[in-house]
Design a protein around this ligand. Structure first.
Ligand code: ATP
Ligand code: MG
Length: 490
């Protein structure tokens, strides 16, 4: 008999006494005992969480993180697994264990709710204890509920939950997400799960912001992020089996290879297939500054010898919390090495760039190397440039005008792909170059950050590279024959 709002509800405790105190282990037992796979492969059979699904479950239930971000491709049981965890939490976390599900729209939220509802209906023990309504399930014995919420920020105000599931976090509205996130703190134990496949808008989406934040703040244990993706293998062909397997843990299990095969380009656009089926963020390669593998191929591992003729580029204009100095040898095929980078320590919002330390580092480098130019955008560095110039150091202004930057960026690009520059393999420089994307303007390409968010990965050393390369090669071809006493400004 189906339980319903009007039928008698069994208020005896659920016959479930797991020996383990570990939540994820309890969940595994609970799934075996009470949850049947609601549909698809294995429908009607007890839900057996796979080892990779247990990793996700541990993130949600054991890690202590308040927010858990999970990025998986389409069809990897995101909805089903989160519904199962929701049913577990609702029925085993004691009094007032409220579970809420948000999604982009009612249809999506309905999918998660329906999966949970079917799980309850398919279990005698659960259905006799839980009342099922249109968009809500209620367990009177503990005053716990499982509810689908309309996808609006207003509906999320004042929430009180122990588990919130934001399904489709790749497309969910940011305002809504933030309201759900801010509702935390009322319970000693509560967790927000943002699970999804990357959505089409790569510039602004909740899932990727969490991913970026997690990458930048590994020390922040309140956020846990896990992805199943073939990110980093964007240069592999779209039908690369290794990438398919890497990104799709459910492949050949309940995700069928022939279905994936059938969806391949040209049936879907390559960028879409890569994003949705491999969690590869297409614009990372499409807009990426250098083609994959190019920067690595230019690494000679060599430092720059003392006394070498060099230029120094100074930049920090892409992020207020980073300042970078890059050395480049004066040559038609220059060699680059990071001189110094200052970054805001995590969480220290009062931090400012230590301008005097930057100036001292430049002065020290002028003693160590034969520095022919110190290059910076005068817009942000007027004072420093004036001070250094007053000490007769060879300051050169490099105004960041679109025309100038575009030409210089194009030159670095051509030189890099033609193997006409090298570098020392310094990791920060590599990271900044990898994080840089280009925007195509009327006059050609210019560097930009992959996203405008303040947490976006830094690219200041890449900006230094553009300036340093421009001046180092110019110097090499047009070396002043005889130095006269004149200003170095041009
Ligand atoms: N061990 C398992 N865990 C979860 N789901 C399973 C398992 N075995 C089979 N399935 C089935 O796999 C399917 C997973 O589909 P589901 O809608 O949950 O995936 P999804 O990642 O949310 O998909 P989409 O990207 O379209 O939103 C369901 O039909 C589910 O019943
Ligand atoms: Mg889903």
């Amino acid at each position: 008999m189906k339980a319903g709002p009007k039928s008698a509800v069994d208020d005896s405790p659920l016959p479930f006494k797991p020996r383990s105190k570990v939540e994820s282990e309890k969940f595994e037992k609970f799934a075996h005992k009470f949850i049947k796979t609601p549909k698809g492969t294995g429908a009607g059979k007890p839900l057996k969480p796979r080892p990779w699904q247990m990793e996700i479950v541990r993130d949600i239930l054991d890690s202590g993180a308040r927010t858990v971000g999970l990025m998986l491709p389409r069809g990897s049981a995101k909805t089903t697994l989160s519904a199962a965890v929701g049913v577990f939490v609702m029925t085993t976390w004691g009094e007032a264990a409220n579970v809420v599900v948000f999604a982009v729209d009612e249809r999506q939220a309905g999918l998660a709710f329906n999966a949970a509802r079917r799980m309850v209906e398919l279990s005698e023990e659960l259905s006799s204890r839980i009342q099922i309504f249109k968009d809500r399930m209620y367990m009177p014995s503990t005053d716990s509920s499982f509810q689908v919420m309309p996808a609006s920020a207003a509906s999320a105000e004042g929430l009180d939950y122990v588990l919130a599931i934001v399904d489709e976090a790749g497309v969910v509205n940011r305002d809504l997400f933030e309201v759900v996130q801010l509702a935390q703190g009322k319970r000693q134990r509560s967790v927000l799960v943002a699970i999804g496949t990357p959505g089409p808008n790569l510039d602004d989406q909740v899932l990727l912001s969490l991913r970026e934040y997690a990458a930048d703040h590994p020390e922040d244990k309140s956020l846990r992020f896990r992805e199943f993706s073939a990110a980093g293998f964007e240069h592999h062909p779209v039908d690369c089996k290794h990438c398919w397997e890497l990104a799709n843990p459910a492949l050949d299990d309940f995700l069928h290879r022939d279905a994936l095969q059938a969806l391949q380009p040209p049936k879907t656009r390559e960028a879409t297939f890569r994003r949705a089926r491999l969690c590869q963020l297409a614009s990372e390669t499409e807009g990426g500054f250098l083609p994959p593998g190019v920067w690595e191929s230019l690494n000679t591992g060599e430092l720059i010898d003392d006394g070498t003729e060099v230029v120094i580029a100074l930049d920090g204009s892409f992020s207020e919390d980073t300042t970078a100095l890059l050395l480049g040898t004066v040559s038609t095929e220059p060699h680059f090495h990071t001189l110094a980078v200052w970054e805001k320590p995590k969480g220290d919002d009062g931090w400012r760039v230590p301008v005097e330390e930057v100036e001292d580092t430049i002065r020290a480098a002028c003693k160590q190397f034969q520095v022919v130019e110190i290059i910076a955008d005068p817009f942000r560095w007027t004072r420093t440039l004036q001070v250094l110039q007053s000490e007769s150091l060879p300051v050169v202004e490099f105004p960041h005008s679109p025309t100038r930057l575009t030409a210089a960026t194009g030159d670095v690009y051509s030189a890099a792909v033609a193997g006409k520059l090298t570098h020392s393999g310094e990791p920060k420089l590599a990271a900044h170059v990898a994080a840089a994307v280009v925007t195509e303007g009327d006059r050609g390409m210019r560097l930009a950050k992959a996203s405008r968010s303040r947490q976006a990965r830094k690219i200041d050393l890449a900006a230094c590279l553009v300036m340093a390369h421009s001046r180092a090669t110019w110097r090499a071809t047009k070396k002043p024959k005889r130095r006269r006493a004149r200003s170095f400004r041009r």
